[in-house]
Design a protein around this ligand. Sequence first.
Ligand code: BMA
Length: 316
Amino acid sequence: MIRNYATEEIFHRYQSNPIISVDDFPYMANSVFNAGATKVGDETILLMRVEDRRGMSHFTVARSTDGISDWRIDSQPTMLPSPDTNPEELWGIEDPRITCLEESELWAVTYTAYSEGGPLVSLAVTTDFKHFERRGPVLPPEDKDAALFPVQFDGRWAMIHRPVSAHPYTLAHIWITFSPDLKHWGDHQILIPARRGGWWDANKVGLSPPPLRTTEGWLILYHGVRTTPSGVIYRLGLALLDLNDPRRLIARSDEWVFGPEEAYEVSGDVDKVVFPCGWVLEGDEIKLYYGAADKCMALATANISDVLGWLKTHSS
Ligand code: BMA
């Protein structure tokens, strides 16, 4: 079989990466990574996961006019875990994904709440990224890597997520589920299965940033977790879903499109990890915000038509 091997990189790292590290912080913390991202007016907002020096995570907002530099970081944590009111947040809150719900002008934040029963998916909404209204846990443990679509499909919200089964032979696949009210979820099905064997995304995959609407379909960036004798490697691949029926997978890349290479991605609290939870599309340019080695925040950019073109020629 003749196939196309990639000849050039599609995502380009910002030359002054990392864009934010704990050295930039107004208070002491262990690490800042895996931020959700969105635009509010002219500003880019990063809702960053910050791990404190006890090992527990909370969220802090950073704002920038160009989405690249001069980040203004809230002087105190913006959203702390609240185990008194929300026991599922006992060991912290992690990896927020932001979706602007278009009809309501409400931002939905899906995040991992680290409960005594394991990590689960929680939902909060905000209008200003200062105050957050918790809607509580929406999917039980173990489940992570969830994000909503910005629009409804036939009157129902859709959410992508990644449950993990306790069954030893079951792989960790990406799933999709639907809800009439953002509270009750059903019609669960596998959306992007983990591959098997020697693939870069064998055994465990998860959604990275929320789905991005393009003329060709919903663009998905997902991570594949490769287990090696020296630890895991988190890399990223692309997929495309049907615009009207997001259960339909139109394309999926065979190669990974982005992986850890630079020193700040290869060495940190967890080595060899690139983990984006947010991206912003402005004109033709995607700005991809990713956690690097569970230690700092970095930026890469890509042209949307290059990304879609690459996916067409690198789909299995
Ligand atoms: C995943 C998540 C991420 C983390 C990644 C690599 O399971 O917990 O928050 O960045 O592992 O450690």
